[in-house]
Design a protein around this ligand. Structure first.
Ligand code: IMP
Ligand code: MG
Length: 369
């Protein structure tokens, strides 16, 4: 792992893989260009290393020049306005191949096309070493693509993060999150999950994500995902896991600098546990533990009956309903207990005693992670 400014990056594409991609590109292009002498145009700054290695490998005579697209300075929306520096050569009737280090949104490419519109070149082709298909928003054809990569920030091999990293001979990818502690908190109704989540959240500076709250929030605020979820609920259908996962993902991204998360109310099935694992993996993290509060049935019934006297929740007042909810809980969560046990991530914690005693037991588990 390396650190540039405030961010961490992990090894992503080796020098050898880059070398192979460039060899392939030179072959493809040389075959297409035939006996003509092409003019390669590198887009500075990012493409200097790629352009250099590319022409060294190009098997036939060629020319190389560079242009630079610079934003006008002193303007607020400098992102959108570019001028071109360096195109002095007459390119009339020449076969021109643009060498880009990376194509992301395609904004730069749009500018390149705009600039070359006035040049009477014979042919304009685009070669890019890296390409992020998920980020690409234009429909210009990319004639030659070295390596397709996910929509995550990379550095090295000419590419920088705020000035640093261009000199690195291989490519590193940003590490989204560092050293998080992510918990799935479980417990039958009445086990004191909410109370304990509150203590743990403050003690470890974690973000508590209660799936129920997230749903209510999205629906109340009529977010796109909330409306989508509601459309299923209105039809009496289950909300697809992906919608829930997308909502959780939004919560995680909103709190990307958190020390970790406490998930509460999710996952409920193996498939959801897998989906959550994948979500965390995309953030370069993982679920570290499922912690289940274990409380004897009779104690739960007593606690809930007690709560029912004051909470006004109808489902807290009726003993047979309470017993049924507890039974349902064990039936549903047995699967998850197995899932996390198999990965050595299941921790049962005695949920009887004073609030402080239980927090203490939970802390022991968390501290040992
Ligand atoms: P565009 O969005 O296709 O116009 O890409 C714009 C420019 O953003 C590229 O030429 C790079 O200079 C820069 N860029 C895009 N993605 C990355 C990245 O992952 N790392 C470093 N620079 C990037
Ligand atoms: Mg560039």
């Amino acid at each position: 792992m390396i650190k540039l400014h405030d961010k961490y990056f992990k090894p992503f594409i080796s020098a050898q893989q880059i070398d192979n991609a460039i060899s392939r590109l030179t072959q493809e292009i040389a075959t297409d260009v035939g006996d003509e002498i092409p003019v390669f145009v590198g887009i500075l700054n990012g493409s200097f290393m790629f352009a250099s290695d590319f022409v060294k490998k190009y098997p036939k005579p060629c020319e190389i020049t560079f242009i630079k697209l610079a934003s006008y300075e002193g303007l607020k929306s400098s992102d959108d306005i570019h001028r071109l520096i360096g195109l002095t050569q007459d390119l009339t009737d020449r076969t021109v191949v643009i060498l880009e280090d990376i194509i992301d949104s395609g904004k730069t490419l749009y500018e390149v096309y705009r600039i070359f519109k006035n040049e009477k070149v014979k042919e304009l082709k685009i070669a890019t070493l890296f390409f992020k298909p998920e980020a690409y928003k234009k429909d210009y054809k990319l004639h030659y693509v070295g390596i397709e990569i996910p929509d995550k920030f990379i550095v090295g091999y000419g590419l920088d993060y705020d000035g640093l990293g261009r000199d690195i001979p291989e490519v590193y990818q940003i590490k989204m999150t560092q050293h998080m502690t992510n918990l799935v908190l479980f417990g039958p109704p009445g086990a004191g999950k909410g109370t304990q989540a509150n203590f743990l959240k403050d003690k470890y500076n974690l973000v508590h994500i209660s799936t129920g709250d997230v749903f209510r929030h999205n629906i109340k605020n009529e977010t796109a995902l909330g409306m989508l979820a509601k459309s299923y609920m209105d039809k009496g259908e289950l909300v697809p896991d992906q919608v829930t996962i997308d909502m959780l993902n939004a919560e995680v991204e909103k709190n990307a600098d958190a020390n970790g998360f406490i998930f509460d109310g999710f996952p409920r099935t193996d498939a959801q546990a897998e989906a959550l694992e994948k979500l965390m993996k995309d953030k370069d993290s993982e679920i570290n533990a499922m912690i289940a509060l274990e409380v004897d049935d009779e104690v739960l019934v007593q606690r809930l009956m007690e709560r029912g006297k004051t909470s006004g929740r109808a489902d807290d007042a009726d003993e047979s309903i309470i017993r049924n909810r507890i039974k349902e809980y064990y039936k549903k969560t047995a699967i998850l207990k197995d899932y996390y046990s198999a990965r050595n991530k299941y921790f049962g914690v005695d949920g009887e005693g004073s609030i402080e005693e239980i927090t203490e037991r939970l802390s022991e588990v968390i501290n040992a992670l």
